[in-house]
Design a protein around this ligand. Structure first.
Ligand SMILES: [Cu+2]
Length: 744
């Protein structure tokens, strides 16, 4: 019975097969047109000058400046190979029996020294880093402190200072949209990360270690905060969000809007926050720890066929910020950050893009101890010490990307000039004593000129090589007479002005030994210049060790030799990443006691950090994912026979998340081991106990235009402090938060 059916079918098919064969014979020599477009799998934009090879016939072509191509192919099956530097090779097989159109997506591939951590707006590339960032967290600091290898230095319930693999301040670069910005507070109250509100944070480029020197020579790494840009395909959209946090009685209101018409697009956003005193675990209240902060941002873009011009401005004002870990509080901190960026894509064959950015920023900082009981303190009792600090930075950054068949070259020109001034008045409580005046930064001017080359080559289909070099010339002078005289008491007059020339180089090999597995080996000799504070600071009080620091214009740059091996394994369901790194630093800069309580910066022999980071993400089902990560570092400053200060202990993070159509839930836990290796000389550290923190977060889409988020952080109200907390200032206690977001 069954056989009969098959036979019947065959009978029916025979004429059809015959007709097709006949047709094929007639058209044997016929050619059909394949009109195709090659696009970037992430940005969906056309990729120019992609080499397209027809494997069996050795015919080929290249895509035009918009990614389009046309091939006239013989009838039959063909395999096309599409190759472009910076992308994974793609093969596709086509059966040409008629003229066709095809869209080929190429996945970007490069030896990335930096991990691109995408906050919103783009597809997920790296599950392990984007995991935490899919949910809207409340602050930029919330995002930063969850990233493996980043730790936060706490001085208040405000503006934590990032540290990359235990290195911070002058040892790392922190940028906003590639722009250099220098904090104005000599007590580091104003890290650059505080100027980017979570609403504006689109992604983070985090390069750990000194391998990536695109934006500066560094021994510790670069954290580049990228902000949201106007979108051209959104005529109008807007969102507004309001929230409350119980731990500090924080209220906030923020909103953003996008307009576009034709070749113009604009985006605006604002954020207003106000917080009272915060509570640590066990309901421990920290008085004088509130703040008020306002931030606004405006971007306007105009585009032409291949060019885009974007003007951006960020304004940020924070007032009355209490710093329980320090002697002072911020009275007012103001930042104005402006930039104009011109991007030209594919101006001609082999040039993929030319980008130029001109920027200027001003930071003004005022702090005092008027809210403190100065009679009770041991350091400089019975006097108030109001201080001011300002920086001005101007720069031009230019980047040209050349692309060949199997290589790319990026040339970067980076020029900036900055000036920094800081002073302090000592007002005695004794009305008979006249006030004293100290200049802490004597109008330091730094002019920096740099050129960097970044070369990328495909050695074999699965083996990539990247190499970077960068040279910086830096000139430093003092322009405040009073402040200059203070330093002349310590250093000879001719030595005060300084010029540095430094050059760094790095290289990396990336071997993709199967579709899912990749191994990378990187090596660098990277150098960092002393910061302007380390060169010229005068009477900087360091609350950690209780010493007053003076700069040293004769400092040599820190030189680092470092290497790292990274293993990555990914498939649809999981992503594993693990690395081991070693960083040896020569001329390590640290304080040396002159006579108590004075220290001067010197190059202290050498130091090293060795460590490892690992993370695993499992997406068990599309709606359930699990993420774990761990990191550990061991460090030592040889001259002091103690570790580098604020080095985090072993930390393990685990998080599970359920995402459904209308709601999501996340359970998050962090376990930190005790830190018993102590930097007693450089930071008077004491043992930090281990701790466990558990957070619960959730979001519900109430309506298509309305989302409610709520959660409890530090559920068990644990009283703890991180090892990187200045003066052992505790972390936040139990926090119940609610936010309501409306969008249009
Ligand atoms: Cu300050």
């Amino acid at each position: 019975m069954r056989r009969n059916i098959i036979e019947a079918d065959m009978k029916l098919l025979q004429p059809i097969i015959l007709i097709i064969m006949l047709n094929a014979a007639l058209q044997a020599q016929q050619r059909f047109t394949l009109s195709g477009k090659i696009i970037d799998a992430d940005t969906r934009e056309g990729i120019p000058y992609v080499n397209i090879l027809v494997e069996d016939t050795y015919e080929g072509t290249a895509s035009d400046s918009a990614g389009g191509f046309i091939l006239n192919l013989l009838q039959g099956r063909h395999t096309l190979k599409c190759m472009s530097m910076g992308y994974e090779m793609a093969r596709l097989t086509l059966d040409m029996r008629e003229s066709k159109t095809a869209v080929v997506m190429l996945k970007p591939h490069a030896i990335e020294f930096s991990e691109e951590i995408i906050i919103y707006g783009q597809p997920l590339q790296r599950a392990e880093e984007t995991y935490y960032l899919e949910n809207k967290l409340n602050t930029t600091d919330d995002v930063l402190e969850k990233i493996n290898g980043l730790s936060m230095i706490r001085r208040a319930n405000f503006a934590l200072e990032p540290s990359i693999r235990g290195l911070s301040a002058g040892q790392i670069n922190v940028l906003v949209d590639d722009m250099k910005i220098f904090g104005a507070c000599i007590d580091k109250m104003d890290p650059v990360t505080s100027y980017v509100e979570i609403d504006n944070l689109q992604k983070l480029d985090l390069a750990k270690g000194g391998f990536d020197m695109t934006y500066g020579q560094t021994i510790g790494g670069t954290l580049n905060l990228k902000t949201g840009r106007p979108e051209f395909n959104k005529p109008f959209s807007a969102g507004i969000e309001s929230g409350y946090e119980s731990v500090s009685d924080l209220r906030f209101l923020r909103g953003h809007s996008n307009w576009s018409k034709g070749q113009w697009a604009a985006r605006g956003s604002f954020s207003v926050k106000s917080a009272g005193d915060y509570y640590a675990g066990h309901r421990q209240r920290w008085s004088n720890s509130g703040f008020d902060k306002t931030n606004y941002k405006i971007d306007v873009s105009k585009k032409w066929a291949t060019q885009t011009l974007t003007m951006s401005y960020i304004g940020d004002v924070a007032e009355d910020i209490g710093y329980p870990a320090l002697l002072m509080d911020t009275r007012r901190a103001e930042a104005n950050i402006a930039g104009i960026e011109h991007a030209w894509n594919n101006p001609r064959a082999n040039i993929r893009s030319v980008k130029t950015k001109i920027y200027y920023n001003t930071i003004d900082h005022r702090m005092d101890d008027y809210d403190r009981d100065v009679t009770a303190r041991t350091f400089m009792p019975n006097m108030y010490m109001p201080m001011t600090g300002t920086t001005r930075t101007m720069g031009v950054l230019s980047e040209i990307n050349f692309t060949g068949e199997s290589q790319t070259l990026k040339i970067i020109g980076d020029v900036y000039a900055m000036k920094a001034f800081a002073d302090m008045t000592m007002e005695s409580l004794d009305p008979a004593a006249s006030p004293m005046y100290v200049v802490n930064l004597a109008d330091v001017r730094v002019q920096n000129y740099a050129i960097a080359l970044d070369y990328h080559r495909r050695l074999k289909t699965d083996l990539f090589w990247r190499s970077s070099v960068r040279a910086d010339f830096s000139r430093r002078t003092l322009h405040d007479r009073f402040g200059r005289r203070e330093l002349e008491g310590y250093w000879n007059r001719s030595g005060l002005n300084r010029s540095y020339f430094i050059a760094s180089a790095s290289t990396a090999f990336d071997y993709q030994f199967s579709v899912q597995h990749r191994l990378r080996w990187s090596l660098a000799r990277s150098i960092r210049l002393p910061s302007h504070q380390e060169n010229y600071g005068f009477y900087f009080y360091n609350v950690s060790d209780g010493f007053v620091y003076t700069g040293n214009p004769e400092l040599k740059p820190e030189i680092s030799y470092q290497t790292e091996v990274t293993f990555e394994s990914t498939n649809d369901r999981y992503a594993l990443k693990a690395n081991v790194f070693y960083n040896r630093i020569h001329n390590y800069i640290g304080g040396r006691i002159e006579e108590a309580p004075f220290k001067t910066y010197y190059n202290l022999s050498s130091a090293y950090i060795v460590g490892s980071e690992a993370s695993v993400y499992w997406g068990f089902t599309p709606s359930f994912g699990l993420m774990t990560s761990a990191n550990y570092k061991y460090s030592q400053i040889d001259a002091l026979d103690e570790p580098i200060p604020y080095m985090p202990p072993l930390e393990v993070i685990a998080s599970a998340r359920w995402t459904k159509k209308n709601y999501w839930l996340e359970l998050y836990g962090k376990i930190a081991a005790p830190q018993k290796r102590l930097a007693k000389i450089s930071a008077a550290e004491t043992v930090t106990d281990g701790f466990t923190i558990v957070n619960f977060r959730s979001g519900v889409k109430v309506r298509s235009f309305m989302e409610l988020q709520c959660g409890v952080e530090n559920i068990f109200d644990t009283l703890y402090h991180e090892h990187s907390s200045i003066n052992r200032l505790p972390g936040r206690g139990r926090n119940i938060y609610v936010t309501l977001a409306l969008k249009y």
